[in-house]
Design a protein around this ligand. Structure first.
Ligand code: MLT
Length: 404
């Protein structure tokens, strides 16, 4: 008789955003007349920029002609895209990252879930709390997290680094030594970030501890402050201790297009074995490349027109962030984030739990957000609103919240 991977049975509940979607669907079925504004999942709402759709149209035409048709993409991604990434995201920022250290993929979610498999089963992971649930859940599936305590909402073998208003959302070095450290900066869900100096300390710590930082930079395009690093490789020594995961979802609106990349520096080694080589082997075996049309769309992100158009798109969402932050402040909420990231993290009012506030907001204002506790126990008493809605919906949601 076949056996299943029992680790899946350990996962509590469904994936956070699936749970929310189910709750909202049930509410709309019971209250079909109520208008709902969704500021829950961080999904973009603005259309693809013209520079990107033009590149896609062109690529579609190429695919329709025998002379310019493309089959399987190269393992690591097309040279034209890896070149544009290396030049614009790294060399232009003084980071020495080569094309063959960049692995193009279908997005940062899958890469952040998959990257753990090149590490030993007994690796200890450290995560910020609250945290993007994929990091923990993917390690649960791999059997790396021990047992779950429903009371504390913690896994016995995971090292948690609480990030709350009390420590300014800056993770402290853990007492136990981790092997893998997940950092998402600017942060999802809190919308806060670290300065370059604070990040440098983490790089020094990882090098000293013999740990690898799995650095999720999905929200990098939203950085507005000069002392925040756009890549972990701006820090000295990061190439021997960090893997960087990047997404085209938030900077270019690719949530439905799917494109991302992962940087594994060749200097990152364990007992002389290159992690770059391991990830190349994994990529070659388990992935058949992002579509040609999508990689051409990704290349257009780095064109002069693409850059100008996307700068406007990021500004559009950041205007929403300012509207939410200002509006909530005016009616007495304690709010964080929204300066270097498209998320607003607020304290729930009147001592409500995160889920109580979720229900309250949905029922009384028709606004959907994300309960902080869904990201981890230290998220309890907090709530996340995304700036990725349309401006009109965002302003309307803030007005509704003000009237509560
Ligand atoms: C979120 O809402 O946290 C994000 O949209 C999730 C993701 O990017 O996968």
């Amino acid at each position: 008789m076949f056996q299943i991977n029992e680790n899946y049975q350990k996962l509590p509940g469904s994936y956070l955003f699936s749970t929310i979607a189910k709750k909202v669907a049930a509410f709309t079925q019971e209250n079909p007349e109520k208008s709902i504004i969704r500021l829950g999942i961080g999904d973009v709402t603005q259309p693809l920029a013209p520079a990107i759709t033009d590149a896609m149209h062109k690529a579609v035409d190429e695919m329709g002609s025998a002379e310019t048709f493309h089959g399987y993409a190269p393992d690591l991604g097309y040279e034209f895209l890896r070149k544009a990434i290396a030049e614009n995201d790294y060399r232009a920022r003084g980071c020495d990252i080569a094309e063959d250290e960049i692995f193009v993929s279908d997005g940062a979610k899958s890469d952040s879930a998959n990257i753990q498999e090149i590490f030993a089963a007994e690796s200890r992971i450290a995560v910020c709390d609250p945290v993007y649930p994929v990091y923990v859940d993917s390690n649960v599936m791999a059997g790396r997290t021990g047992t779950y305590d429903a009371k504390t909402e913690r896994w016995s073998d995971v090292i948690y680094m609480p990030c709350t208003a009390e420590n300014g959302f800056v993770p402290e070095f853990p007492k136990e030594t981790p092997d893998l450290i997940y950092l998402c900066l600017p942060n999802n869900p809190t919308g806060t970030t670290l300065t370059r100096d604070q990040l440098q300390k983490w790089v020094d710590y990882a090098n000293q501890a013999g740990a690898v930082i799995l650095y999720d930079g999905a929200y990098e395009a939203y950085i507005s402050e000069a002392d925040v690093a756009h890549s972990i490789y701006e820090c000295k020594g990061a190439k021997t201790c960090a893997i960087e995961l990047k997404s085209f979802s938030k900077n270019a609106g690719f949530t439905g297009v799917r494109l991302g990349y992962t940087v594994v520096p060749k200097e990152l080694k364990c007992n002389g074995i290159s992690l770059n080589g391991m990830w190349a082997r994994r990529h070659g075996t388990k992935f058949n490349g992002a579509p040609y049309i999508v990689q051409r769309a990704g290349e257009a992100v780095y064109s002069a027109e693409g850059k100008a158009q996307l700068k406007e798109q990021v500004a559009y969402y950041m205007k929403n962030a300012a509207v939410i932050k200002q509006g909530l402040k005016e009616c007495g909420y304690t709010v964080f984030g929204g300066v270097n990231a498209p998320y607003i993290w607020l304290k729930t009012p009147g001592g409500m739990t995160s889920w109580e506030f979720f229900d309250h907001l949905l029922e009384k204002a028709g606004v959907v957000g994300t309960p902080g506790s869904g990201f981890g126990p230290s998220g309890e008493g907090y709530f996340r609103l995304t700036a990725f809605g349309s401006y009109e919906n965002t302003a309307a949601a803030v007005e509704r919240i003000k009237k509560l």
